[in-house]
Every structure is written in C-alpha cells, then in structure tokens.
Design a binder for this molecule. Sequence first.
Ligand SMILES: *[C@@H]1O[C@H](CO)[C@@H](O)[C@H](O)[C@H]1NC(C)=O
Length: 427
Amino acid sequence: MSAPITILKTAAAAFLAAYYFPVVHHWLTVLGFLRSANLSHIEEEIVQIEDTVHCEDIHRYSDWLFTACEDSFPTRFSWFPPLVIFKNPVLASQARGSIHVIDIKDFKSKRLVLQNFEGSFTTHGIDVIADPKKKGAVYIFAVNHAPHPEYVLSVKNRTPLPEGTPKARSQIEVFHHVLGSSTAKWVRSIRHPLIKTPNDIFAHTPTSIYVTNDHHYIEGHLRQVEVLIPAARWSNTVRVQIDDWSSSNPEAGISASIALTGLHNNNGLGHGPSHEDVAIGSAASGILSLADITDSQQLKVKETIYLDSTIDNPSYFKDEYATEENDASGYVLGGLTKAGELAKSSQNETATEPVIVWLVQPVKEEGKAAKIWNKKIIFEDDGSRIRSSSAAVLLGIDPALEGGKKRAWLVVTGFLSSSAIAVKVDL
Ligand SMILES: *[C@@H]1O[C@H](CO)[C@@H](O)[C@H](O)[C@H]1NC(C)=O
C-alpha cells in the first residue's frame, strides 16, 4: 500500500472515530455497559406497595395514582409482546390484569372491579383523563396485548398459524371510573391496523388520543436491529379519534392517522405543564422528546433531551411548593441501569434489573432561547427492592414538614417488579 493511501485511510479513520465517538459513547452509556448498579436508599426507607405486581405505567390524578398491573407471574413471563415474549397464548387468553388505584395518603392499592369487561387483559401503558360531562369521574385508557384468537386456536389444535396473522391482537380498552369508587365500567375497545405495537397512550381529550407504536417489527432480526441501532427510527405515534362511545365493534366508530414519525423507539408518553405538551420517551436511546400538539393534531418535537440511561414513561412533576428561588418542577423518568442485559433477565422471574430514576429540570437563564436541562439522579436501586423501573411520579411534600427541606415521595413501578415502591427523596 502506498504511503498517501495509508495516510488517507488513517485520516479517514481518525475522522470517523472523532465523529462517531460521542454517538457510540452515548450508546454504550445508555445501555449501561459503562456503569454498575447503585443503591441510593436503605431498606428501611422503602415502602413496598402491597398488591402491585408487574405494573408498567403510573399516573397521578387528584389524590390517586392509577396503574395497570399484570397481577400474575405465570402470565407475564409467558406472554408479553413488548418484550417479544409469546410463549403461551393459551395462558395469555386467561390473563386477568387489572387497573389499580393507589391512595396517595397511605399507599394502599385497590384493584378496581372491571364491570362489563370480558376477555383477557395483558396490561401495559395507560392514561387517565377527566370526564368533562361528569364531575369527579375519569376515563381510563389502557393498552391490552391480547393474544390473537387464531394464535390461541393454532396452539390449542397444534395447527400452523395462518400466514400473515400476528400472534398478538393488541388493542386499547376504555373504562369509566368515578373517583373514590371501587369499580371501573368498561366502555369499549379500540382496534385499528395502524395500532400494531402499542406501548403507551396520551389522552388529549376523551375523544382524541395518541398511541405510540414502540417498534415497527414485532419479532425477528430486524426487531433486534431496531432496538439496538439509534438510527433505526421506524417507530411512530398514531392519533385516534373516537366518534362513537357505544360501538361493540372495536374497529367501528373510530378513525386513526399517523401523528409523528422519525423517532427511535418512541415508547412512553406523558403530559407536560400545558394541555398541548406531550413528553415522549425513546426508551432504548435514552432520549426525552418534548412535543407540541399542532392545530392539525400532529405532534411536533420542539426539544430533545439526552439521558445517560434507557428511559420509559415520562411524567411531569409540578412543584406545588415552588418559590421564586426554588422550583423543583420537571420531568421524572425511570430507566434501567444496565439495559444491555434486559433481553436475558426479562425471561427470568427472579432476576433483578437495577434501576435509575431521573428528575430533569429546566435551568432558568435570562435571555436564552435554548433551554438548558439539569438532569439529576434522585433514586437508584440494584433491582432487589424495585426491578425494571418503567414509570415514576413525584408527590411533593410541604417543606414546613421536612425542616425546610425540599422533599417528595417518589413512587416507582416496574413491568417485571413484584411490587411498586414509594420512597422519600430529596429534590
Ligand atoms: C435468574 O436470576 C437469578 C437472580 O439474579 C440468578 O441467580 C439465576 O441464575 C438466573 N437464572 C438464569 C437462568 O439466568
């Protein structure tokens, strides 16, 4: 090889290394290859919330926390399409996950009796929104990864699954709940060809909701490529308009369209400070995108915030004890300390994925357009008290009760965790 070519090659390699190093470094950091598990709190400080088995998402509404839980080890570890677990559709067809309401005063969890609701329920993301027509009542939207009936039959009868039939027939269930009551009345199901790999829901109004499809591919090699390569921006977010509340046909009385494309692994959705703010978590790339709902009901990303771990469902904490000098408001994000190991550990009932919880706060700066964000770790666990954190909310505490300190209860849920936890954290 001649000298000039060698020099050129070296220069090209150096250029590529310099260009890609930050990208690769961020990727290695996010997936946790450069980090070990940590414990931020001792055992005595952690409240295990009874009867919260495998709850993926959590939302605060008034004095209650709403979460959707699987409630069962056998079904979660044999059927969870978001983790490409399709082992037992027959058992999944008997899954009876549920919606839980947790009282923020005593962290007691109560399973709502789901009236009118038949069929299986494999839980995932939810959202809760006021019923504008009835004071003190809410609509609850919940993803349900039901197995496809054809797949259940094919496994029962040991016949092949017809070509082109997906293993899951994921849909969204809508419930109506009067706050403080012990029931939720099933309203209808929503199913649409554009909703393929639903993960989370953002209810803008009771009749206009956004749903993330976290992946384009349901399984196989391209699915792995899609998870690992941040440039594989093949996921999308769909808007669903509900025109008929009473349809017994899940596909009737609704319409759907694509509201956002071009993000990698768009996953969890959360509300922001204003009604038009949508926070979108790109799970595997650790990116929080802040978007606006446009006049044409599309989503437009206005800010991109990079975190050093995978993240999941964002929530927004509004500091009700904020002062001019000290406002702790921000986005709360649960993620995995060592996400690179999830594919293996998610098959294991007793594994312990370590977790990390972030509070992302805007730094106020005079006269600057671009916001700067302060990213603070507020909680870490080795996975023994809470595993696989996927959502977290903060409940502010009056500083007068904490000797002037700014503190809050942090509630963390995990989709593979045997319980959710509450813990007091410093903000
Ligand atoms: C499952 O996790 C437990 C706890 O971390 C570990 O001891 C065990 O070896 C794991 N099992 C497999 C099959 O990896």
